[in-house]
Design a protein around this ligand. Structure first.
Ligand code: NAP
Length: 344
């Protein structure tokens, strides 16, 4: 076994985190319940994955709310939808052998019985700590790399603004922008994260958006304006930053974490005149549209990690008890890096 792999047990029953009621807005611990069930049988073509790290993602809010989204909401009473990294412990699929590590749609539970359609990436060689495949080498890193390169298209010397600057996606974008030869500035939610942005992730400047006027903070960090705005929050920060975009700027709309509820759609200033006058390109991004490019992005991220040009922080809780409140914790900004739960 590789030194990158933690020890894990193989319990005889399946602990699961079920969605028990439909939240409006941010899911709280009270919307979930823990239970334990017998193991499902493995059908033809299927395999059983023993989850080791469960992913906690802001997107899970959209997966449980009854709002227009890119996927159907998780059904009440079913296992909470989640990405996870784990190992195949039983298989009736010749292409997916026992012992193979996988990252995919395995849910908040000990075991998933699934077919190949549930795999997001195959980890044929475990070349980094297993947890990294659920973060920097998983959805978060892939999103950062693909959205930044395909929509941001930053040129050396340009100024890039990142929101959720210290988070799993944001900290990666910040480092990619620095590697691209840009001036990189970030907004984040507390002074400790501001320090991590500048001292660990190589931002030229960062600011705590809760501790000042956001327009002044952006102006102070980017007096000549912003060429690429990588936005993970939307709302008032977006409305403020768009008014400091330079002509021909690009906006990557990667997340909308600051919007408490989409139903009914919240009001804000009209931004279309800003888009027109500044000749902006404002592109929405959903990682699952880019499966054909995962391998290219993984290779680029692995090379940057191996060369030490990319660092990442993980915020790993242990045990299923941490799961029900984990999404609310993200939206309170309490995570310091990629939020994961070790259940091995
Ligand atoms: N489009 C896609 O395909 C895709 C894929 C992955 C992730 N994303 C998006 O990328 C963003 C970051 O995801 P992540 O996994 O890297 O999480 P993360 O940044 O590690 O954690 C979430 C962070 O969001 C910030 N936040 C929470 N509530 C906020 C609010 N009301 N206003 C402003 N900021 C708030 C907090 O950071 P602060 O303390 O800095 O406020 C919190 O730490 C999310 O919006 C997520 O939906 C999009």
């Amino acid at each position: 076994m590789s030194g990158f792999l933690p020890e894990y047990s193989t319990p005889a029953t399946n602990r699961r985190v079920l969605l028990t009621s439909r939240p409006e807005g941010i899911p709280q611990a009270s919307h979930f319940a823990l239970d334990e069930a017998p193991l499902d049988p493995v059908g033809d073509g299927q395999f059983r994955v023993r989850n080791v790290y469960l992913s906690v993602d802001p997107a899970q809010r959209g997966w449980v709310n009854a709002i227009a989204n890119y996927s159907d909401p998780v059904a009440i009473g079913s296992v909470m939808r989640a990405l996870a990294v784990g190992v195949v412990v039983e298989s009736r699929n010749a292409d997916v052998p026992v012992g193979l590590h996988l990252y995919g749609w395995f849910g908040w539970q000990d075991y998933a019985v699934v077919g190949p359609e549930a795999i997001m990436t195959r980890i044929d060689t475990v070349a980094a700590p297993l947890s990294a495949y659920a973060g920097m080498l998983g959805m978060n890193g892939l999103t950062a790399w693909l959205a930044f390169t395909r929509i941001g298209r930053a040129e050396p010397g340009e100024t890039v603004l990142v929101t959720t600057a210290a988070g799993a996606v944001g900290s990666t974008v910040g480092q990619l922008a620095r590697e691209a030869g840009c001036r990189v500035v970030g907004l984040t939610g507390d002074d400790g994260k501001v320090a991590r942005c500048t001292q660990r992730f190589g931002y030229d400047a960062a600011a705590n958006y809760k501790a000042g006027d956001v327009a002044d903070l952006i102006k102070g960090m980017a007096p000549d304006g912003i060429d690429v705005f990588f936005d993970n929050v939307g709302g008032p920060m977006m409305d403020t930053a768009i008014r400091q975009m330079r002509v021909n700027g690009r906006i990557v709309q990667c997340g909308t974490a600051s919007i408490a509820n989409w139903s009914p759609p919240p009001h804000g200033p009209r931004n279309e005149r800003e888009v027109l006058m500044r000749r902006l390109q404002w592109g929405g991004f959903v990682i699952f549209d880019h499966t054909a490019r995962y391998a290219q992005a993984m290779a680029a991220l692995e090379a940057l990690l191996a060369s030490g040009k990319l660092v990442h922080d993980e915020d790993i809780a242990t045990g299923f008890d941490a799961a029900p409140g984990a999404i609310a914790r993200l939206y309170a900004g309490e995570n310091e890096g990629k939020a994961l739960i070790f259940v091995g």
